[in-house]
Design a protein around this ligand. Structure first.
Ligand code: PEP
Length: 250
């Protein structure tokens, strides 16, 4: 999308111990340079590593974010992490509505929207995930699902600055399968139309990432598709070499 700085973001999921911080350090060093002015980079490690990870990235353009936040500011919610806590660890982004949370924790569009609002209140950028399941795709419902998730998961207060959309077909996550470039183009063009219809010019500038089995070998093709403004990367973001190879595909 013209005028938009792409975002290459990694989601470590429930992976990463203190020993993994050497990978974050290597990424932080690897993204110093002229390309970083063109392409933004972000890693979302588990919450336990947030504070020390941001310290490692002190002198690097590599940003650090959370993988989820609670919809409330604070209180009696044992085990949960608030948006403010992520910001307090110098995180800048938080992923909300990842398909694994929608499945494992029964998160609904309404809850995802509330979490995005909590992110905004803490001055975090929300990366709002959407995407159809394999069954929904086979049934020809992909665009209907995307329409419903976009309408339900994005707050009215979303802007091109505080919101990033991540389109992640559920069947492509962690499977090594990816949609064809033509399918990605259709899905992203549809999302762009929906965003522009709802948010006007702002919707034209909101970043729409593609996620689902992005690897060094397919990054160039996928990132070259119209309306693909970067990637959300799971497995291939665990190793600095893979993550940096995808980044350099730009
Ligand atoms: C993800 O979980 O956000 C993801 C895209 O995973 P992977 O790259 O491993 O498919």
């Amino acid at each position: 999308t013209p005028e938009v700085r792409p975002l290459v973001a990694g989601n470590w999921k429930m992976n990463g111990l203190r020993a993994s911080l050497d990978q974050i350090k290597a990424m932080a060093d690897g993204v110093k340079g002229s390309l970083s002015e063109k392409v933004e980079t972000l890693i979302c490690p588990p919450a336990t590593l947030l504070y020390v990870a941001t310290a490692l990235c002190d002198d690097s353009p590599l940003l650090i974010g959370g993988q989820d936040c609670h919809e409330k500011v604070s209180g009696a919610h044992t085990g949960d992490v608030s948006a403010e806590m992520i910001a307090d660890c110098f995180g800048t982004h938080v992923i909300v509505g990842h398909s694994e949370r929608r499945t494992d924790h029964k998160e609904t569009d309404a809850l995802v929207r509330a979490k995005a609002e909590a992110a905004f209140a803490a001055d975090l950028i929300a990366i709002i995930c959407i995407g159809e399941t394999g069954d929904e795709r086979k049934a020809g419902q992909t665009l209907d699902v995307l329409k419903r998730q976009l309408a339900g998961s994005i707050p009215d207060s979303a802007t091109a600055e505080n919101t990033v959309i991540a389109y992640e077909p559920v069947w492509a996550i962690g499977t090594g399968l990816t949609p064809t470039a033509a399918d990605v183009e259709e899905a992203h063009a549809f999302q762009r139309r929906e965003l522009v219809e709802r948010f006007g010019a702002v919707g034209g500038k909101m970043r729409i990432l593609y996620g689902g089995s992005v690897k060094p070998g397919n990054a160039k093709e996928l990132m070259g598709v119209a309306n693909v403004d970067g990637a959300l990367i799971g497995g291939a973001s665990l190793k600095a070499d893979d993550f940096l190879a995808i980044y350099r595909a730009y």
